[in-house]
Design a protein around this ligand. Structure first.
Ligand code: SF4
Length: 378
């Protein structure tokens, strides 16, 4: 029987990995980069401090690989927050149940209006986001909304509560094609501290949910770690091994890897393990060298300047014009507290112009369905 990733992860020792990463030498990294193929066992070398010296060399290779697989295209999406009700207590999140914020769930009509606002700006790929409060905003609501929105869109993903396999199937049948589910941290001990109450406390259940999504055949599986909560070089290694597991188990699904850095939330978790822009760039190029076909995603958590620079490092998908509270599109300023503070506040149009200026084409459609049809008919 195939092992789950939680079984694989339980055999990995963070202390051993930390020792291994620290003792990597520049010579080891240099000879790794001479090789055509980088393997999963090379992950600690790639994300080690020693590899930081090779960032320029790695980024040239990453840019070449990216151009070969994706051309000069950057796809644009926007999150659509549907509900900030949540029964979890994630210490880093603005929607945690203890936070005293106005709570709101959008009706189908309100959500469609918000979507129209984004569609008018050209966005055709949406990410539907909710907290975890299924009694207030649940599966039926998501399916109804997906059915309404799907004909207007090229891609529809969800970042919501974990579901069972049959529930994911219902979402696919309603038109959802992408599943995003961050593990937040792969360190079970830290995970328990960061998730003191609520169903999200179950570390293995969360890991199992993305596998359930793979089994029902979501076209895209999106994962990521919330960087800054734990030592990031370890976290990124575990994330890479999770990517490797998912690509092996579910080769029909495209992998999308995100690199969210912890952003301020009033009274929220502190950035205990800050990482520099250069480290973030190293993680992006390292992932590209390991996974040439993966979408690499950078959200508006990061500054405009950094996002523009990362376009040259292997990123293929970015959000634009994002608001992180339900009903916030169409308002001049974000009046309510969002899930987290965004840094890049440019409009969709401004982000598109920056992409063109950098020598890439902003893509609002999703070419995958056309590509798959042509493959099937061959
Ligand atoms: S991260 Fe998600 S589950 Fe946790 S409190 Fe925020 S909305 Fe709820």
């Amino acid at each position: 029987m195939t092992k789950s990733f939680s079984q694989i992860l339980s055999k990995l020792c963070p202390a051993d990995l930390e020792r291994e990463i620290k003792t990597v030498t520049p010579d080891q990294v240099g000879s790794l980069l001479q090789r055509d193929r980088i393997r999963p066992q090379d992950v600690p070398l790639l994300f080690s401090p020693a590899a930081a010296e090779f960032l320029e060399q790695m980024s040239v290779r990453s840019a070449e690989v990216t151009r070969r697989r994706f051309g000069r295209t950057i796809s644009i999406y926007a999150p659509l927050y549907l509900s900030n009700h949540c029964i979890n207590s994630c210490t880093y999140c603005g929607f945690a149940k203890e936070r005293d914020i106005p709570r709101r769930s959008l009706s189908i009509e309100q959500a469609c209006q918000q979507a129209e606002h984004l569609i008018e700006q050209g966005v055709r790929q949406l990410l539907l986001v909710t907290g975890e409060a299924k009694h207030i905003y649940g599966l039926d609501d998501l399916c109804r909304l997906a059915e309404k929105l799907r004909p207007r869109l090229a891609g529809l993903s969800i970042e919501v509560f974990p579901c069972q396999q049959d529930e994911y199937q219902r979402l696919i049948d309603s038109g959802v094609d992408g599943l995003v589910l961050y593990q937040e941290t792969y360190d079970a001990k830290s995970y328990a501290q960061l998730h003191p109450h609520g169903p999200k406390r179950d570390f293995n259940k969360r890991l199992a949910a993305i596998e359930a999504g793979g089994r029902v055949g979501f076209r895209t599986l999106g994962i990521g770690s919330l960087l800054g909560l734990t030592p990031s070089s370890l976290e990124i290694c575990f994330l890479a091994w999770h990517c490797e597991f998912l690509t092996r188990q579910f080769p029909e699904s495209r992998l999308a890897v995100s690199f969210p850095r912890l952003r301020p939330v009033s009274g929220g978790a502190k950035l205990k393990h800050p990482l520099s822009d250069r480290q973030l760039a190293q993680y992006v190029v390292g992932m590209r060298l390991l996974f040439p076909d993966a979408e690499l995603v950078i959200s508006t958590r990061e500054s405009a300047g950094l996002r523009d620079r990362l376009l040259h490092f292997g990123v293929t998908r970015i959000s634009a014009g994002s608001r992180t509270s339900p009903g916030a599109y169409g308002q001049e300023i974000q009046t309510e507290e969002g899930q987290f503070e965004t840094d890049d506040c440019r409009s969709v149009d401004e982000v598109s112009q920056a992409i063109r200026l950098a020598g890439y084409d902003p893509v609002f459609k999703d070419f995958d369905p056309a590509f798959m049809c042509s493959r099937e008919s061959q």
